[in-house]
Design a protein. Structure first.
Length: 94
């Protein structure tokens, strides 16, 4: 996809999709394959008043291996740090 198209999609996502308000935080969870778009999206968020943009990348193949190789007990063991991170997101982010 062309850079101009990525910028237009980012602009639509920020202004219409999430309707970013001045001072809001934004959390982006994306595939590592979309790093360039995330860079553009992050800039668009800051240009439109985001106070903080948190970007977390994941890899689909590695995620699949987690479910393929970890036993059920390990998968169900959610660490306190993960619980706190999710709690904070639910309280801070729109």
């Amino acid at each position: 996809m062309k850079l101009t198209q990525l910028k237009e999609i980012a602009k639509l996502a920020v202004n219409i999709g999430i309707n970013l308000q001045q001072g809001q935080e934004v959390w982006v969870y994306s595939s590592v394959n979309q790093a360039k778009f995330c860079e553009i999206l992050t800039k668009e968020c800051y240009d439109n008043g985001a106070s903080k943009v948190i970007v977390e990348f994941h890899d689909e193949k590695i995620e699949r291996m987690k479910y393929q190789y970890q036993n059920l007990k390990t998968l169900l063991d959610i660490r306190l740090s993960e619980k706190n991170k999710m709690k904070e997101r639910s309280e801070v982010l729109p």
